[in-house]
Design a protein around this ligand. Sequence first.
Ligand SMILES: C[S@@+](CC[C@H](N)C(=O)[O-])C[C@H]1O[C@@H](n2cnc3c(N)ncnc32)[C@H](O)[C@@H]1O
Length: 288
Amino acid sequence: MAFATITAQEALDSALVALSASGVDSPRLDAELLIARACGVDRATLVAAPETILPAESIAPLREWVRRRALEREPLAYILGSKPFRRIELTVDHRVLIPRPETELLVDVALALPAQARVLDVGTGSGAIALALKHERPDLRIAGSDTSADAIDVARANAARLDLDVSFVVGDLLNALDSGLGPVDAVVCNPPYVADGERRRLAPEIVRHEPSDALFAGADGLTLLHRLIEEAGARAVAWLALEIGAGQRNAVTVQLRHACYEEPSVLADLAGIPRVVVARRAAGAAAR
Ligand SMILES: C[S@@+](CC[C@H](N)C(=O)[O-])C[C@H]1O[C@@H](n2cnc3c(N)ncnc32)[C@H](O)[C@@H]1O
Protein backbone atom coordinates (compact mmCIF):
# COMPACT_ATOMS: atom_id res chain seq x y z
CA MET A 1 0.00 0.00 0.00
CA ALA A 2 1.49 3.38 -0.99
CA PHE A 3 0.19 6.53 0.71
CA ALA A 4 1.13 10.08 -0.39
CA THR A 5 -1.09 13.00 0.71
CA ILE A 6 -4.34 11.17 0.97
CA THR A 7 -7.83 11.35 2.36
CA ALA A 8 -9.31 9.00 4.91
CA GLN A 9 -11.48 7.52 2.14
CA GLU A 10 -8.46 6.77 -0.03
CA ALA A 11 -6.64 5.21 2.93
CA LEU A 12 -9.75 3.18 3.68
CA ASP A 13 -10.04 1.87 0.12
CA SER A 14 -6.39 0.88 0.12
CA ALA A 15 -6.47 -0.77 3.57
CA LEU A 16 -9.69 -2.61 2.68
CA VAL A 17 -8.01 -4.24 -0.30
CA ALA A 18 -5.06 -5.42 1.82
CA LEU A 19 -7.18 -6.67 4.75
CA SER A 20 -9.79 -8.40 2.55
CA ALA A 21 -7.12 -10.13 0.46
CA SER A 22 -5.48 -11.59 3.57
CA GLY A 23 -8.76 -13.03 4.92
CA VAL A 24 -9.32 -10.72 7.90
CA ASP A 25 -12.88 -11.31 9.23
CA SER A 26 -14.06 -7.71 9.53
CA PRO A 27 -11.87 -5.74 7.09
CA ARG A 28 -13.99 -2.57 6.94
CA LEU A 29 -14.37 -2.22 10.70
CA ASP A 30 -10.68 -2.89 11.30
CA ALA A 31 -9.61 -0.47 8.56
CA GLU A 32 -11.89 2.25 9.93
CA LEU A 33 -10.56 1.79 13.47
CA LEU A 34 -6.93 1.89 12.33
CA ILE A 35 -7.46 4.99 10.18
CA ALA A 36 -9.45 6.69 12.95
CA ARG A 37 -6.52 6.05 15.30
CA ALA A 38 -4.10 7.44 12.70
CA CYS A 39 -6.24 10.59 12.43
CA GLY A 40 -6.65 10.88 16.21
CA VAL A 41 -10.46 10.79 16.01
CA ASP A 42 -13.11 8.20 16.87
CA ARG A 43 -14.59 5.94 14.22
CA ALA A 44 -17.92 7.78 13.96
CA THR A 45 -16.13 11.07 13.28
CA LEU A 46 -14.00 9.45 10.62
CA VAL A 47 -16.96 7.82 8.88
CA ALA A 48 -18.82 11.15 8.88
CA ALA A 49 -15.87 12.97 7.28
CA PRO A 50 -14.20 10.66 4.74
CA GLU A 51 -12.59 13.65 2.98
CA THR A 52 -10.36 14.29 6.05
CA ILE A 53 -6.69 14.54 5.03
CA LEU A 54 -4.50 12.14 6.99
CA PRO A 55 -1.81 13.91 9.05
CA ALA A 56 1.48 13.39 7.21
CA GLU A 57 3.18 11.89 10.27
CA SER A 58 0.45 9.24 10.62
CA ILE A 59 0.97 7.71 7.20
CA ALA A 60 4.03 5.56 7.98
CA PRO A 61 2.58 4.18 11.25
CA LEU A 62 -0.72 3.45 9.51
CA ARG A 63 1.08 1.56 6.76
CA GLU A 64 2.86 -0.53 9.42
CA TRP A 65 -0.41 -1.23 11.33
CA VAL A 66 -2.14 -2.39 8.17
CA ARG A 67 0.83 -4.62 7.37
CA ARG A 68 0.74 -6.17 10.86
CA ARG A 69 -3.02 -6.72 10.65
CA ALA A 70 -3.02 -8.06 7.07
CA LEU A 71 0.22 -10.00 6.75
CA GLU A 72 0.94 -11.07 10.32
CA ARG A 73 -2.77 -11.34 11.20
CA GLU A 74 -2.01 -9.61 14.48
CA PRO A 75 -5.24 -8.93 16.42
CA LEU A 76 -6.52 -5.38 16.20
CA ALA A 77 -6.55 -5.04 20.01
CA TYR A 78 -2.78 -5.67 20.21
CA ILE A 79 -2.11 -3.12 17.46
CA LEU A 80 -4.34 -0.49 19.10
CA GLY A 81 -3.09 -1.55 22.57
CA SER A 82 -6.51 -1.59 24.18
CA LYS A 83 -9.81 -3.42 24.40
CA PRO A 84 -13.16 -2.33 25.85
CA PHE A 85 -14.67 -4.73 28.40
CA ARG A 86 -18.04 -3.91 29.93
CA ARG A 87 -17.65 -0.27 31.10
CA ILE A 88 -13.86 -0.12 31.23
CA GLU A 89 -11.05 0.08 28.69
CA LEU A 90 -8.17 -2.34 29.30
CA THR A 91 -4.62 -1.98 28.07
CA VAL A 92 -3.61 -5.25 26.39
CA ASP A 93 -0.51 -6.61 24.70
CA HIS A 94 1.02 -9.96 23.78
CA ARG A 95 1.45 -10.92 27.43
CA VAL A 96 -2.29 -11.40 27.95
CA LEU A 97 -5.35 -12.91 26.31
CA ILE A 98 -7.62 -10.30 24.70
CA PRO A 99 -10.81 -10.24 26.83
CA ARG A 100 -13.79 -11.67 24.92
CA PRO A 101 -17.35 -10.29 24.95
CA GLU A 102 -18.76 -13.62 26.22
CA THR A 103 -16.60 -13.32 29.35
CA GLU A 104 -18.69 -10.29 30.35
CA LEU A 105 -21.31 -12.88 31.44
CA LEU A 106 -19.03 -13.91 34.33
CA VAL A 107 -19.13 -10.33 35.60
CA ASP A 108 -22.92 -10.25 35.19
CA VAL A 109 -23.45 -13.28 37.41
CA ALA A 110 -20.96 -12.05 40.03
CA LEU A 111 -22.94 -8.81 40.41
CA ALA A 112 -25.39 -10.86 42.50
CA LEU A 113 -22.80 -11.62 45.20
CA PRO A 114 -23.62 -10.35 48.71
CA ALA A 115 -22.18 -7.06 49.97
CA GLN A 116 -18.51 -7.13 50.98
CA ALA A 117 -17.98 -10.66 49.59
CA ARG A 118 -14.35 -11.67 49.12
CA VAL A 119 -13.76 -12.69 45.49
CA LEU A 120 -10.80 -14.23 43.66
CA ASP A 121 -10.54 -13.97 39.85
CA VAL A 122 -8.36 -16.98 39.00
CA GLY A 123 -6.37 -16.66 35.75
CA THR A 124 -6.97 -12.94 35.67
CA GLY A 125 -4.85 -12.14 32.58
CA SER A 126 -5.30 -8.42 31.88
CA GLY A 127 -7.41 -8.18 35.07
CA ALA A 128 -10.57 -7.89 32.95
CA ILE A 129 -13.05 -9.71 35.20
CA ALA A 130 -11.65 -8.50 38.52
CA LEU A 131 -11.43 -4.87 37.40
CA ALA A 132 -14.81 -4.71 35.64
CA LEU A 133 -16.43 -6.26 38.72
CA LYS A 134 -14.73 -3.82 41.09
CA HIS A 135 -15.81 -0.95 38.82
CA GLU A 136 -19.46 -2.04 39.06
CA ARG A 137 -19.42 -3.37 42.64
CA PRO A 138 -16.90 -1.27 44.61
CA ASP A 139 -18.01 -2.89 47.89
CA LEU A 140 -16.64 -6.32 46.90
CA ARG A 141 -13.14 -7.23 48.11
CA ILE A 142 -11.52 -8.50 44.95
CA ALA A 143 -8.17 -10.05 44.12
CA GLY A 144 -6.83 -11.58 40.92
CA SER A 145 -4.22 -14.28 40.37
CA ASP A 146 -2.36 -15.80 37.48
CA THR A 147 0.61 -18.15 36.95
CA SER A 148 2.01 -15.62 34.49
CA ALA A 149 4.05 -12.88 36.17
CA ASP A 150 3.84 -10.95 32.88
CA ALA A 151 0.04 -11.03 33.01
CA ILE A 152 0.07 -9.85 36.62
CA ASP A 153 2.22 -6.86 35.55
CA VAL A 154 -0.41 -5.96 32.92
CA ALA A 155 -3.29 -6.39 35.41
CA ARG A 156 -1.56 -4.22 38.02
CA ALA A 157 -0.91 -1.49 35.45
CA ASN A 158 -4.59 -1.59 34.42
CA ALA A 159 -5.70 -1.35 38.08
CA ALA A 160 -3.42 1.66 38.65
CA ARG A 161 -4.55 3.46 35.50
CA LEU A 162 -8.23 2.82 36.26
CA ASP A 163 -7.72 3.64 39.95
CA LEU A 164 -9.41 0.43 41.10
CA ASP A 165 -8.47 -1.17 44.40
CA VAL A 166 -7.79 -4.79 43.37
CA SER A 167 -4.72 -6.75 44.45
CA PHE A 168 -2.99 -9.16 42.10
CA VAL A 169 -0.72 -12.08 42.95
CA VAL A 170 1.21 -14.69 41.00
CA GLY A 171 0.05 -18.19 41.83
CA ASP A 172 -1.25 -21.52 40.57
CA LEU A 173 -5.07 -21.78 40.81
CA LEU A 174 -6.20 -21.59 44.45
CA ASN A 175 -2.66 -21.91 45.83
CA ALA A 176 -2.58 -18.17 45.22
CA LEU A 177 -4.73 -17.85 48.37
CA ASP A 178 -1.80 -19.09 50.44
CA SER A 179 0.37 -16.11 49.49
CA GLY A 180 -1.32 -13.71 51.89
CA LEU A 181 -4.77 -13.31 50.31
CA GLY A 182 -6.51 -15.57 52.81
CA PRO A 183 -9.87 -17.34 52.31
CA VAL A 184 -12.48 -16.14 49.82
CA ASP A 185 -16.27 -16.47 49.53
CA ALA A 186 -16.36 -16.68 45.76
CA VAL A 187 -14.17 -17.67 42.84
CA VAL A 188 -14.68 -16.49 39.26
CA CYS A 189 -12.55 -17.98 36.54
CA ASN A 190 -12.17 -17.95 32.79
CA PRO A 191 -9.54 -20.68 32.57
CA PRO A 192 -7.72 -22.01 29.53
CA TYR A 193 -10.24 -24.55 28.15
CA VAL A 194 -9.33 -25.23 24.52
CA ALA A 195 -8.43 -28.84 23.72
CA ASP A 196 -4.84 -29.16 22.49
CA GLY A 197 -6.05 -30.75 19.23
CA GLU A 198 -8.14 -27.67 18.39
CA ARG A 199 -5.00 -25.62 17.78
CA ARG A 200 -5.03 -26.20 14.02
CA ARG A 201 -8.64 -25.03 13.75
CA LEU A 202 -8.12 -21.68 15.48
CA ALA A 203 -7.76 -18.38 13.62
CA PRO A 204 -4.20 -17.17 12.99
CA GLU A 205 -4.92 -14.15 15.21
CA ILE A 206 -5.26 -16.54 18.15
CA VAL A 207 -2.65 -19.23 17.55
CA ARG A 208 0.09 -16.96 16.31
CA HIS A 209 -0.35 -14.11 18.77
CA GLU A 210 -2.19 -14.92 22.00
CA PRO A 211 -0.32 -16.68 24.85
CA SER A 212 -0.82 -20.46 24.53
CA ASP A 213 -0.83 -20.84 28.33
CA ALA A 214 -4.02 -18.77 28.30
CA LEU A 215 -5.74 -21.06 25.79
CA PHE A 216 -4.91 -24.75 25.95
CA ALA A 217 -5.74 -27.25 28.69
CA GLY A 218 -4.94 -30.82 27.67
CA ALA A 219 -6.55 -33.36 25.36
CA ASP A 220 -10.14 -32.44 26.30
CA GLY A 221 -9.52 -28.85 27.43
CA LEU A 222 -10.73 -29.74 30.92
CA THR A 223 -7.45 -30.10 32.83
CA LEU A 224 -7.59 -26.71 34.54
CA LEU A 225 -11.36 -26.80 35.16
CA HIS A 226 -11.05 -30.22 36.83
CA ARG A 227 -8.17 -29.10 39.04
CA LEU A 228 -9.93 -25.89 40.00
CA ILE A 229 -13.20 -27.60 41.00
CA GLU A 230 -11.25 -30.14 43.05
CA GLU A 231 -9.34 -27.36 44.84
CA ALA A 232 -12.50 -25.31 45.41
CA GLY A 233 -14.18 -28.34 46.98
CA ALA A 234 -11.14 -29.00 49.18
CA ARG A 235 -11.19 -25.39 50.41
CA ALA A 236 -14.99 -25.27 50.72
CA VAL A 237 -15.28 -22.17 48.52
CA ALA A 238 -18.96 -21.18 48.84
CA TRP A 239 -19.67 -19.92 45.30
CA LEU A 240 -18.11 -20.56 41.91
CA ALA A 241 -18.63 -19.06 38.46
CA LEU A 242 -16.67 -20.72 35.66
CA GLU A 243 -16.44 -20.04 31.95
CA ILE A 244 -16.49 -23.23 29.88
CA GLY A 245 -16.06 -24.24 26.24
CA ALA A 246 -18.59 -25.79 23.88
CA GLY A 247 -19.29 -29.40 24.86
CA GLN A 248 -17.84 -29.14 28.39
CA ARG A 249 -21.08 -28.54 30.28
CA ASN A 250 -21.80 -32.13 31.35
CA ALA A 251 -18.29 -32.95 32.52
CA VAL A 252 -18.16 -29.75 34.56
CA THR A 253 -21.61 -30.00 36.18
CA VAL A 254 -21.08 -33.67 37.08
CA GLN A 255 -17.78 -32.87 38.77
CA LEU A 256 -19.30 -29.89 40.58
CA ARG A 257 -22.03 -32.09 42.08
CA HIS A 258 -19.40 -34.60 43.12
CA ALA A 259 -17.52 -31.78 44.88
CA CYS A 260 -20.71 -30.87 46.81
CA TYR A 261 -21.82 -27.94 44.64
CA GLU A 262 -25.60 -28.13 44.29
CA GLU A 263 -27.76 -27.39 41.28
CA PRO A 264 -25.15 -25.83 39.02
CA SER A 265 -26.90 -23.44 36.63
CA VAL A 266 -25.63 -22.89 33.11
CA LEU A 267 -25.94 -19.66 31.12
CA ALA A 268 -25.58 -19.48 27.36
CA ASP A 269 -23.70 -16.76 25.50
CA LEU A 270 -25.24 -14.71 22.66
CA ALA A 271 -24.44 -17.53 20.21
CA GLY A 272 -26.49 -19.94 22.36
CA ILE A 273 -23.41 -21.88 23.55
CA PRO A 274 -23.45 -22.93 27.24
CA ARG A 275 -20.72 -20.60 28.50
CA VAL A 276 -20.89 -19.97 32.23
CA VAL A 277 -21.58 -22.40 35.06
CA VAL A 278 -22.59 -20.99 38.46
CA ALA A 279 -22.63 -23.24 41.51
CA ARG A 280 -23.19 -22.83 45.21
CA ARG A 281 -21.77 -25.11 47.83
CA ALA A 282 -24.35 -27.34 49.52
CA ALA A 283 -25.21 -26.10 53.02
CA GLY A 284 -23.29 -28.03 55.65
CA ALA A 285 -20.96 -29.77 53.13
CA ALA A 286 -17.56 -30.42 54.68
CA ALA A 287 -14.33 -29.55 52.84
CA ARG A 288 -13.27 -32.54 50.69
C1 LIG B 1 -8.45 -17.67 29.12
S1 LIG B 1 -7.26 -16.67 29.91
C2 LIG B 1 -8.34 -15.55 30.81
C3 LIG B 1 -7.77 -14.19 31.04
C4 LIG B 1 -8.80 -13.19 31.62
N1 LIG B 1 -9.37 -13.69 32.85
C5 LIG B 1 -9.92 -12.94 30.64
O1 LIG B 1 -11.01 -13.47 30.82
O2 LIG B 1 -9.69 -12.20 29.66
C6 LIG B 1 -6.65 -17.76 31.15
C7 LIG B 1 -5.62 -17.17 32.09
O3 LIG B 1 -5.29 -18.21 33.04
C8 LIG B 1 -3.90 -18.17 33.30
N2 LIG B 1 -3.52 -19.50 33.80
C9 LIG B 1 -3.18 -20.61 33.12
N3 LIG B 1 -2.93 -21.63 33.96
C10 LIG B 1 -3.13 -21.16 35.21
C11 LIG B 1 -3.03 -21.73 36.52
N4 LIG B 1 -2.66 -23.01 36.69
N5 LIG B 1 -3.30 -20.94 37.60
C12 LIG B 1 -3.65 -19.64 37.43
N6 LIG B 1 -3.75 -19.05 36.22
C13 LIG B 1 -3.50 -19.79 35.13
C14 LIG B 1 -3.28 -17.77 31.98
O4 LIG B 1 -1.98 -17.25 32.17
C15 LIG B 1 -4.31 -16.76 31.45
O5 LIG B 1 -3.97 -15.46 31.85
